[in-house]
Write a protein of this length. Structure first.
Length: 393
């Protein structure tokens, strides 16, 4: 272990190319009867051990540097070991993997063992066939398994939107990635942008996750554009590297600092246009957006407003939300329509809370036919809460 710790300490003192040469040479000296191979960012050994192959087993791990990010969307910690030594058993043989930082935010893996090419090829094959990866930028790029799981749980079939909006989204999301030849034939940049506006709680974030779940391309989510133009450049370098891809900019009105606005706008549609990029953005306060963002179609070609759902949409949403559970808990069609009428002004989030709370209250006593009365009482409580929240804002 002392030799390993010393090797890591020395490696972190070198520049990238000097580091890889020194580490490869030193590992070859320490393991003269083994093969040593270098692999870069696409070598997902962590995902392979968790999900990739039942024959792979973690034997041991020595941590030297752990990176922890808070994933606000999934409300959990994303843990990532930037510097570590891993010992793995696979197909009856043992392999050792040393992970070290490389470049601004990349990684390099040194794999040591016998028949290393077979092991590396298997891990890379897993990486190539797994579902699209979500990359999150918060001053540096990292992969978010928590966000991957949240996206996988968001289904297009669960959406309740007006038919015209659904058709527009179909055309400009999945249809966009199927239409490269048409864009090329018309000699226009293969790029689209959609801006979703409206008060919080009306499903903008859920909609974006459902769209991402349908698309088999990399997902890039920007939580912050950082502090200077170099950070913005780093974001769009990654976007161009991974295109075709989806770029997500949530809470756009607070995401971009004023001093970086022109840099971001030029990166979206400047002299080096994006190609194969679908930009999805949200804002709860469209009036706060700079006109250069809001009023220029080359940046956002479609602006879709989300407000409280109509009576018809509320009834459709209640059908989906309250379809689960035993038969004696279900509402009749007349009760469901009456409940939809009584929830005028409720957002998607309030309707979801109504369905969940009603089910929890009903489950305590499980009295057949009592669900409608329970829901009506909760409508009164939630409407008071909605009024209080409106006065506070």
């Amino acid at each position: 272990m002392e030799q390993l710790s010393s090797l890591i300490q020395h490696a972190l003192c070198y520049a990238d190319r000097g580091m890889t040469y020194m580490v490869s040479r030193r590992l070859a000296e320490l393991h003269p009867d083994m093969e040593v191979l270098e692999c870069y960012d696409t070598f997902d050994i962590d995902g392979f051990l968790r999900y990739g192959n039942g024959d792979a087993r973690l034997i041991g791990r020595l941590f030297a540097e752990e990176q922890v990010d808070w994933d606000a969307e999934a409300r959990t910690l994303d843990r990532r070991f930037r510097v570590c030594w891993i010992e793995v058993e696979w197909s009856g043989a043992r392999y050792q993997v040393l992970r070290l930082p490389y470049g601004m935010c990349g990684e390099v893996h040194f794999v040591v063992g016998s028949a290393v090419p077979d092991f590396v090829q298997t891990v890379l094959a897993y990486t190539g066939r797994r579902s699209p990866v979500t990359h999150v930028y918060s001053g540096w790029w990292s992969e978010s398994e928590a966000m991957d799981r949240a996206i996988q749980q968001s289904n297009w079939a669960d959406l309740v939107l007006p038919d015209g909006v659904m058709r527009t989204l179909e055309m400009h999301t999945s249809g966009f990635f199927e239409s490269r030849d048409e864009f090329d034939a018309l000699a226009v940049p293969w790029k689209r942008g959609i801006l979703f506006t409206g008060p919080p709680g009306n499903g903008k974030s859920h909609l974006i996750r459902a769209i991402l779940n349908r698309l088999s391309v990399p997902r890039l989510i920007v939580k912050s554009f950082g502090d200077d133009a170099d950070d913005v450049q780093e974001v769009f370098d990654k976007v161009r590297e991974l295109s075709p891809c989806v770029l997500v900019l949530e809470d756009l009105d607070s995401l971009i600092k004023k001093e970086l606005l022109s840099v971001v706008l030029n990166s979206l549609d400047g002299t080096e246009p994006l190609n194969g990029v679908l930009v999805l953005a949200t804002t709860n306060h469209p009036e706060k957006l700079d006109p250069a963002i809001r009023n220029r179609p080359s940046r956002f070609d479609r602006v879709i407003e989300f407000g409280p759902p109509s009576l018809e949409l509320r009834e459709d949403l209640l059908i989906k939300l309250m379809a689960r559970g035993p038969e004696e808990m279900r509402l009749t069609s007349a009760e469901r329509y009456a409940l939809a009428q009584s929830t005028d002004g409720f957002s998607y989030a309030y309707l979801k809370e109504l369905a969940i709370s009603s089910a929890l209250v009903w489950a305590r006593d499980k009295v057949p036919g009592s669900m409608f009365g329970i829901a009506q009482e909760l409508v009164t409580e939630l409407r008071a809460q909605l009024k209080e929240a409106s006065l506070a804002s």
